[in-house]
Design a protein around this ligand. Structure first.
Ligand SMILES: NC(=O)c1ccc[n+]([C@@H]2O[C@H](COP(=O)([O-])OP(=O)(O)OC[C@H]3O[C@@H](n4cnc5c(N)ncnc54)[C@H](O)[C@@H]3O)[C@@H](O)[C@H]2O)c1
Length: 435
C-alpha cells in the first residue's frame, strides 16, 4: 500500500520506517527541513534503539522517501497524522495548532476513498471535528483515529508488535476498518487484538491509559512519602503489594516520577478537556497525581541539601542521567533535568552526564555544565545523584567511583542501586522512599 506519514518525530519516523518493513511504500513528511534531510540520508534524527538499522534497510528498499512538501502525500491511500500535541503555553490544554495545520494542508491533496488516520494524542472531540472538515472539503475521504501506545526506547518493537490496535471510526466505518486492516495485516494475522470503536472512545482510550499509568506511578510515590516519614521501605512495599495479581509490580517503581513528552502533558490536557465538558470532577484526582509527581523533584533537591549540611551552594553535585527515562534522548519535561536545573539555581556546581541526552538538554538549559563521562561528572563531587536509571549507571562499581569523588554520598533517585553494595563500599546511600 502507498502511505504517507505526516510528522516525523519520535512517533512518525519510527512509524514510517516500520511501515516500510511491513512491505508498504511510504513518504514521510515534516515541516522541519533538518529532520527531513537527516532522514532522507538514512540517519535517525534522534536516539531510538533499532531505528538506525531499520531506517537504513528501509531506505535500501527504495520504498521510503522523505519530503517537506505536503503535496508529496498525494497518491497515498492512507495518511498517518503523527504531529506533536504539546501543552499550550500558559494552560493545561493541548496545543492543536500542529494537528490542525497538518490536516488543513493535507486536505487539498486527498482523493475520494483516501483515509486520514490520526495517531497523535488529542483531546476527545478532535476527531469528530476534523472528520467534518475533511468531509466538507473532500467528499469521500475518510478519517479514523488510531492512537499510538509505543514507548520510547522500545518504539520499533512496539510499532511492529503492539499490544493492541484501537480504531476509532465513523458510523459506517467498514471501509476505514478494511484499509487499516490491510496496513496492519501482519500483526493482525499474528493475533494482535483489535478494538474497533467510535472516535470518542478511541481518543479516550489513549488518555485513559496514560492517566492510569501516571496514577500508578504517583500512587507508589505517595507511598514513598509515607515511607519517608515512618522509616518504612517503599521498594519492599512495592514488591509485597505487586505480588497481588490484581495490582501487579510493573509501574510501581518509586523514585523521581514520570516525565517525557506524553504522560505529564496528557494528564493535564485531559483535565483541561474534562473541564470544558463540565466533567472536571471525574478527573480531579489527576491534579493530585500531577502534584505528587512534582513533589518528588522537590524532595530530591531537599535530600541533596540535607546530605550537604543544609545547602548546596558551592557544592559539586554529579548528576548521572538527564533524559526522562533510559534508552531515550528525550528530555521533554525530564525530572532529572528539572532537578539539575533547580540545584544549579541554588548555587551548586552541577556536572551532568548522560549517554544520549546531553545535546537535547543543552538546547533547553545551555547554562548548565555537561560532560561526557561519569569520571568527569563525579570528579571532586560532594554528592552523586543517579537521576535516570541507564543500565551503565545501575551497574556502576562503587569502588571505582570512590576514586573520583570527594565525598562518598550517593542519592539514588530511581531506587535502581543495591544499598547494601554501596554501603559495604563505605558510601552513604540515600534514596526516595527508603532509609
Ligand atoms: N513520543 C512518544 O513516545 C509518543 C507515544 C505515543 C503517542 N505520542 C503522541 O504522538 C504525537 C507526536 O509525538 P512525538 O513525540 O513524535 O513528537 P515530536 O515533537 O517528536 O514530533 C512531531 C513532529 O511533527 C512535525 N510537525 C509539526 N507540524 C507539522 C506539520 N504541519 N506538518 C508536518 N509535520 C509537522 C514536527 O516538526 C515534529 O518533527 C503526540 O501527540 C504525542 O503525544 C507520542
Amino acid at each position: 500500500m502507498q502511505l504517507s506519514v505526516i510528522g516525523c518525530g519520535y512517533l512518525g519516523a519510527v512509524h514510517a520506517a516500520c511501515m516500510v518493513s511491513l512491505g508498504h511504500e511510504v513518504v514521510g513528511i515534516d515541516v522541519d527541513p533538518d529532520k527531513i534531510k537527516a532522514l532522507a540520508n538514512g540517519d535517525a534524527p534522534f536516539f531510538e534503539p533499532g531505528l538506525p538499522e531499520l531506517l537504513r534497510t528501509a531506505m535500501g528498499t527504495g520504498r521510503l522517501s522523505f519530503s517537506t512538501d505536503i503535496a508529496d502525500a498525494h497518491g497515498a491511500q492512507v495518511h498517518f497524522v503523527c504531529v506533536g500535541t504539546p501543552q499550550k503555553a500558559g494552560s493545561n490544554a493541548a496545543d492543536l495548532t500542529y494537528v490542525d495545520a497538518s490536516v488543513t494542508s493535507l486536505i487539498p491533496h486527498l482523493r475520494a476513498g483516501d483515509l486520514v488516520v490520526g495517531k497523535s494524542t488529542v483531546p476527545v472531540g478532535t476527531a469528530a471535528r476534523l472528520a467534518a472538515q475533511i468531509a466538507a472539503e473532500t467528499p469521500g475521504a475518510m478519517l479514523a483515529w488510531n492512537p499510538e501506545f509505543l514507548r520510547e526506547g522500545y518504539a520499533v518493537q512496539d510499532t511492529l508488535t503492539p499490544d493492541r490496535f484501537v480504531y476509532g471510526v465513523p458510523e459506517d466505518g467498514s471501509a476505514a476498518t478494511a484499509l487499516l486492516d490491510t496496513v496492519y495485516a501482519q500483526a493482525l494475522a499474528a493475533g494482535t487484538p483489535r478494538i474497533v470503536t467510535d472516535y470518542a472512545t478511541a481518543e479516550l482510550v489513549k488518555v485513559a491509559a496514560n492517566s492510569f499509568l501516571a496514577t500508578k506511578i504517583s500512587f507508589i510515590n505517595a507511598m514513598a512519602e509515607l515511607c519517608e516519614v515512618t522509616g518504612a521501605d517503599v521498594t519492599e512495599l512495592a514488591d509485597a503489594i505487586g505480588l497481588d495479581e490484581r495490582i501487579g509490580r510493573r509501574f510501581l517503581n518509586a523514585g523521581l516520577g514520570f516525565g517525557g513528552g506524553c504522560l505529564p502533558k496528557d494528564i493535564r490536557a485531559f483535565m483541561a478537556r474534562a473541564d470544558e465538558l463540565g466533567a472536571d470532577q471525574a478527573v480531579g484526582f489527576l491534579r493530585e497525581v500531577d502534584a505528587i509527581n512534582t513533589r518528588r523533584r522537590v524532595r530530591m533537591v531537599d535530600l541533596a541539601r540535607e546530605v550537604n549540611g543544609g545547602s548546596v551552594e558551592g557544592k559539586r553535585i554529579a548528576v548521572l542521567g538527564v533524559t526522562f527515562k533510559p534508552n531515550s534522548d528525550d528530555v521533554r519535561d525530564s525530572p532529572a533535568l528539572d532537578v539539575a536545573a533547580q540545584l544549579a539555581r541554588l548555587g551548586a556546581h552541577v556536572m551532568i552526564t548522560d549517554p544520549e541526552g546531553i545535546d537535547n538538554a543543552r538546547r533547553r538549559h545551555p547554562h548548565l555544565t555537561y560532560v561526557s563521562t561519569v569520571a568527569e561528572a563525579t570528579a571532586g563531587a560532594d554528592a552523586v545523584l543517579l537521576l535516570t536509571e541507564w543500565r551503565e549507571y545501575r551497574d556502576l562499581d562503587p569502588a571505582v567511583l570512590t576514586k573520583f569523588v570527594s565525598s562518598r554520598t550517593i542519592l539514588d533517585g530511581r531506587n535502581a542501586l543495591d544499598p547494601a553494595v554501596w554501603r559495604a563500599a563505605g558510601w552513604s546511600y540515600r534514596a526516595l522512599g527508603r532509609q
